[in-house]
Design a protein around this ligand. Structure first.
Ligand SMILES: Cc1ncc(COP(=O)(O)O)c(C=O)c1O
Length: 388
């Protein structure tokens, strides 16, 4: 057979982290003590109170059948209560909340529900790659909105050409932002809702990092008057509760958009294991639990160690306001690939080069705060020995 991948798969952008991945694997294979600041996956276990609840509900036979299509109603009630308590946003849990198998599930499938072939999808660059691939799978045309230091890593909506905005169906935003860790002021969301109303766009807001913050709590787009008419927001339990492997999230917002996404999913999967949703309910109902609060404090301490440490040795790394990422600047004269390459080669520390996210981010690097503080101190010490 002369095998050929579908045109859809061939249309995906190339994977730009190949070089750094190859070097990392070679380092590990050679027995080096590699400090990996590349992975955005919490290193601590899921809090015990959530595992304890899971160990009860897993025995209940009604959880062994196919899950409810739109999600366990009690989980969706807790998601609606979370939206009300945290953001002051009132939603009907039956029609305005949908359980997801991780937010990636919803992000990847949303375009299939709302985008027609050749519709434009506005995506932030740098950004989570699935905004792009989901648009491409649906036959849409992604249009990059550059996030830059100068514009506070917020898309410049006025710079989007009118004809592009007119052909667009969907606009993605993600705050707290991966990879830049930027947060959006409410005034930006107000502008976004007005822009979307003007061009009749659906707003898709990815708030996977909304509960990891070190200053004011990040906003929900749904807090803006009129947003619920055209917004779907993706909330994830992955990072807040160290539950990346469990695969649980929910979408919240406009009932028609939620319904359409549910219809796509109804044809692709049968929903998340009910027992996981019951454990997720326990998590959402206890978001103020000391084990959850402690994680944020842990990330705050790690952030201070890494950002202050790197800045002290001449690598400008501002303290992030939210998320567990830091976004620093490579030393003068270095491309991000060269910088990350030397750091891996000479210090055995993995950083992600900004150019891997977007060509205009070649002055920057991303590091994740998902290793313990003493290891971060060691990483800084090792990088400090390199002369630039
Ligand atoms: C910005 C962003 N959105 C969404 C996700 C997906 O998270 P999950 O599918 O675990 O909810 C990630 C995961 O790394 C992410 O970084």
């Amino acid at each position: 057979m002369a095998f050929e991948k579908s045109k859809r798969l061939q249309a995906l952008p190339p994977y730009l982290f190949i070089e750094i991945d190859k070097k990392k694997r070679a380092k590990i294979a050679s027995g080096a003590d590699v400090i990996n600041l590349g992975v955005g996956d919490p290193d601590r276990p899921t809090p015990k109170f959530i595992i304890d609840r899971m160990s009860e509900v897993i025995y209940e036979p009604e959880n062994h059948c196919y899950p409810f299509d739109e999600g366990v109603p009690a989980f969706k009630d807790s998601a609606a209560a979370f939206m009300k308590n945290r953001f002051g946003v009132e939603l009907d849990s039956g029609s305005q909340i949908l359980s997801l198998i991780g937010s990636k599930d919803g992000i990847a499938h949303l375009p299939l529900a709302v985008v027609n072939p050749d519709d434009v999808v506005l995506v932030p660059s740098p950004g989570y790659p699935v905004y792009n691939s989901g648009a491409i799978f649906a036959g849409g045309r992604p249009f990059s909105m550059d996030l830059t230091e100068e514009n506070g890593y917020l898309p410049d909506l006025d710079a989007i050409p009118t004809d592009v905005a007119e052909q667009a169906k969907l606009i993605w935003v993600n705050y707290p932002n991966n990879p830049t860790s930027a947060v959006a002021p409410l005034s930006f969301y107000e502008k976004l809702v007005a822009f979307a109303a003007k061009h009749d766009l659906i707003i898709a807001s990815d708030v996977a990092y909304s509960e990891t913050y070190f200053e004011e709590p990040p906003y929900s787009v749904l807090e803006v008057d009129g947003a619920a008419e055209r917004t779907i927001e993706f909330h994830s339990l992955s990072k807040t509760f160290n539950m990346t492997g469990w695969r649980l999230a929910f979408a919240a917002g406009n009932a028609d958009v939620i319904g359409a996404l549910g219809q796509v999913k109804g044809n692709c999967d049968s929903g998340q294991f009910n027992a996981i949703q019951w454990a997720g309910k326990e998590a959402l109902d206890n978001i103020g639990h000391s084990d959850v609060k402690e994680m944020t404090e842990t990330y705050r301490k790690r952030r201070d160690v890494l950002c202050d440490g790197l800045t002290k040795i001449g690598i400008d790394t501002p303290r992030s306001k939210a998320s567990f990422f830091v976004w620093g600047k490579c030393p003068e004269g270095y491309s991000s690939m060269d910088f990350a390459g030397r750091v891996l080669e000479e210090a055995d520390v993995v950083l992600i080069p900004g150019a891997g996210f977007a060509p205009h981010c070649d002055k920057y690097f991303r590091a994740a705060l998902t290793v313990e503080a003493p290891r971060l101190e060691e990483a800084v010490e090792r990088i400090g020995k390199i002369s630039w």
